[in-house]
Ligand binder design. Structure first.
Ligand code: CAA
Length: 291
């Protein structure tokens, strides 16, 4: 399979990043979301991030223009009939993803591949909800997609070698390094990263440290580029909670119990940067801790 045209479902922070890197690597890209406004917002973010890359000399203005020209909006999933590969990057919610696949499959060519950017859900189970489990694979990008070097590739039980090879080659053309992971809850990165973030929330919940002291401790004490609570806000607290729930349910081990304080923030709708409030309040000039 020679992939030339890529469909991306979800124009949020992961989806727009995936569309961004695919277009820069020369693929034609169609970007879909539930409303025109969300697609427009995703395209505006891509424009802004590419302009930033021109500013720092990582790409030229001509490369930016050419890449932007390669990305088009897809209002309905019927627009994906000419795509070779569709990368699903909707919310981290199994029901939503299943609904998308049910609606998408009838529009696809028989030989088209489907990849999901799920950060934790079983690839085998998602694949089984499509009409092509052998042409289905997990391709897990990291946030921010244009900056982070890694992609995790996760085969479902039925994924065939041609699908794996085609998506591995695409990831390489995007300039990414690959880590292969087996299909177990949250794969490698999030199996390790999210319990650390959850533990940081417990440290806050138990009063061991403040938001600022926890983040400072891990930034300066472990050389992490962001503190764990800052990173949680960056990922999105709803996504962090979903991943912990997948680990807790999927591995039936109480060590993955989501911290009640994380649940409370999500219930409040304080989801981090995307809603302007999480462990920090982003509505002013500088982020201010909310505890
Ligand atoms: N698009 C394009 N470029 C971007 C960008 C974006 N969205 N965000 C940042 N950049 C670029 C900046 O322009 C800058 O480029 P230059 O070096 O060319 O100047 C560079 O990245 C560094 O950015 P900044 O100077 O603004 O800020 P920084 O040095 O603090 O780095 C960061 C920002 C790269 C996000 C860094 O803080 C970092 O690495 N944080 C940790 C990120 C991380 O852990 N991600 C994984 C999350 S887990 C995940 O994604 C999996 C999951 O499923 C939940």
């Amino acid at each position: 399979m020679n992939i030339r045209k890529v469909g991306v479902i979800g124009a949020g922070q992961m989806g727009n990043g995936i569309a961004h890197v695919c277009a820069l690597a020369g693929y034609d890209v169609l970007l879909h979301d539930v409303s025109r406004e969300r697609i427009e917002a995703g395209l505006a973010t891509i424009n802004g991030n590419m302009t930033r890359q021109v500013g720092s000399g990582r790409i030229t203005a001509a490369e930016r223009e050419a890449a932007l020209d390669r990305i088009g909006p897809a209002q309905g999933l019927d627009a994906f009939e000419a795509t070779d590969l569709v990368i699903e990057s909707a919310s981290e919610n199994e029901e939503i993803k299943r609904k998308i696949f049910a609606e998408l499959c009838p529009h696809l060519r028989e030989d088209a591949l489907i990849a999901t950017n799920t950060s934790s859900i079983s690839i085998t189970r998602l694949a089984a909800s499509t009409d092509r489990p052998e042409k289905f694979i997990g391709v897990h990008f990291m946030n921010p997609v244009p900056v982070m070097e890694l992609v995790e590739l996760v085969r479902g039980i039925a994924t065939d070698d041609d699908t794996f090879d085609a998506v591995r080659d695409l990831a390489k053309k995007l300039g990414k390094q690959i880590a292969n992971a087996e299909d177990f809850p949250a794969f490698i990165v999030n199996r390790i990263l999210l319990p650390m973030i959850n533990e940081a929330v417990y440290v806050l919940y138990e009063g061991v440290g403040s938001v600022e002291s926890i983040d400072k401790a891990m930034r300066l004490g472990a050389n992490h580029p962001m503190g764990p609570l800052q990173l949680a806000d960056f990922i999105g607290l709803d996504t962090c909670l979903s991943i912990m729930q997948v680990l807790h349910e999927g591995l039936s081990d109480s060590k993955y119990r989501p911290c009640p304080l994380l649940v409370k923030y999500v219930e409040a709708g304080w989801l981090g940067r995307k809603t302007q409030r999480g462990f920090y309040d982003y509505r002013g000039d500088k982020p201010v801790p909310t505890r």
